[in-house]
Design a protein around this ligand. Sequence first.
Ligand code: 13P
Length: 257
Amino acid sequence: MSADRKPIIAANWKMHHDHLVAIQVVQKLSYALEPSDYDTCDIVICPPFTGIRSIQNLLEGDKIPLLLGAQSCHWEDEGAFTGEVAPPMLARMNVSYVIAGHSERRQLFGETDEIVNKKARAILKHGMNPIVCVGETLEEREAGATDERVATQTRAAFASIKSPEAERCVVAYEPIWAIGTGRNATPDDANTTIGVIRNVLRELYREVADAMRIQYGGSVKPGNIADLMAMPEIDGALVGGASLDPGDFSQIIRFRT
Ligand code: 13P
């Protein structure tokens, strides 16, 4: 964590919590948080699409300063794309962050570097902020290819995005072998790889790279968040399993206490 960048902790619920459960979980989370938690950290909830409108109503009705996110979107504004959701539809529900290129989308749904770039540009075009995910497989890590992999993914995701817009982007470094496995990257390793990503951003965006936030994701829990956040390059977390429970997620957000 650096004093120059506001931490951002995001919940990626993946395909969990229908809209009724989503409302209960967000209510409980808001009871567990203090006003100061929102001042010291941007807190984002990325539910499945079916929960977005319900959570929007709750946040606006009860004036809860949680930020709303989505887990993916298409890159076109509209069209014959059965099953897809367009960026302007999300923007109309006051979604502020959209995840692009999560490894599950890359591995299970054929999302390529080129698609991730198209999505990031579409998200920015509609005034929202992409959370661009990068990360290596276990084989790549063992072959010593981690740095090259994340650098390639980062360069591709940011192709033709200019500085003022890049500044609004968040990068999430999620080593694939750490996702849902209970085996997080060590804080030192995560810090080193995030440093590699930041150097790529410095090459691309000399003026704004040091203001851009880079999260770590992969088996983040209440018990390891403080050590991760103590690292100078780690600006927050993208949390899967432990974000489903409002008690666990509030402890992650309140890692300082
Ligand atoms: P887990 O926290 O369940 O390992 O998931 C990480 C992740 O993929 C967040 O996007």
